[in-house]
Design a protein around this ligand. Structure first.
Ligand code: NAP
Length: 259
């Protein structure tokens, strides 16, 4: 068999054509064109080319090009200030900070805050010194709110991440491979002992109101016999969400204060 070659160039051109039509329609409807603020810090030649290409593509699609260029020695606070200024500018529909930023700047801090519940999950794992690098992590649930960001954060910590959802075949088999199992499903006590291998770390994000009270996604009594670490519901991830909300608020205030 000879493989069909996937033509990314053609698909990209199609998408760009569709975007140009949408921009024209939106402009007619609202009277203003969408604008993209590209921010380039420093003079990395590859980054400069990437940004130039993005600006050219914007222009071709009818998007207003609102480019900003800062010198390589710009301080973190000044980049944050520019992002804040763009945020407040009604002409700016989107902001693209070109990464990587020069050494000495913290790109992650500039590109946003981590969502509270997923950040809480990571904080719990770190607080109990759970090794993530190279670990098999299984996340059950793929919501934008919890499952996906948790998976992205675990991946960023070099875990090998598998995501499960309602169409996953043989959930117990997949879950039982996990060193770290995260349940974010919304089905009371879906995860039983058969889903968990001996010594696994189990984090239960579920918060399900049942006739018997608040229940997690994990059958706590059964799973605690097998797991090495497990979060209860209530008293596990829930309080962390609020703690991380406060932590994120302080981070935001610090960034704004720097502006
Ligand atoms: P959601 O948007 O309803 O997503 C649920 C996910 O679980 C979906 O991806 C769904 O798969 C998957 N799923 C459903 N039934 C399944 C099954 N039988 N087997 C495998 N996967 C299944 O829920 P969510 O917003 O992520 O919330 C999940 C749970 O976390 C809820 O109990 C919620 O209350 C709780 N939660 C707690 C906190 C906290 O602070 N502790 C914060 C947020 C959420 P499909 O995508 O295929 O439909």
């Amino acid at each position: 068999m000879t493989a069909t070659i996937i033509d990314g160039k053609a698909i990209a051109m199609r998408v760009r054509g569709e975007v140009a039509h949408e921009v024209a329609a939106l402009t007619e409807h609202t009277g203003s064109r969408p604008g993209l603020a590209t921010i380039l810090v420093g003079d990395d030649p590859a980054s400069a080319i990437y940004v130039a290409n993005k600006r050219k593509a914007c222009a071709e699609a009818g998007i207003v090009d609102l480019h900003r260029h800062l010198p390589a020695d710009t301080k973190q606070a000044d980049v944050a200030a520019l992002i804040e200024q763009c945020n407040a500018d009604p002409a700016v529909s989107g902001i693209l900070l070109q990464l990587p930023v020069p050494k000495g700047l913290d790109g992650t801090a500039l590109t946003g805050l981590m969502p509270c519940t997923p950040r809480g999950v990571l904080e719990l794992l770190d607080s109990y010194d759970v090794p993530l690098e190279g670990a098999e992590a299984v996340v059950v649930g793929r919501s934008d709110l919890v499952g996906k960001p948790v998976a992205a954060m675990l991946l960023a910590r070099n875990a090998t991440v598998t995501m499960c959802h309602s169409r996953t075949r043989d959930l117990a088999d997949v879950c039982s491979r996990a060193d770290v199992l995260i349940a974010a499903v919304g089905v009371p006590e879906l995860i039983g002992a058969e889903h968990v291998s001996d010594g696994a770390v189990v984090i239960d994000v579920g918060m399900n109101r049942t006739d018997d009270g608040l229940r997690g996604d994990v059958d706590f009594e059964a799973v605690r016999q097998r797991a090495r670490l497990i979060t209860p519901v209530p008293g596990g991830v829930g309080p962390m969400t609020i703690a991380m909300l406060l932590a994120n608020t302080v981070t935001a205030a610090r960034l704004q204060g720097a502006a």
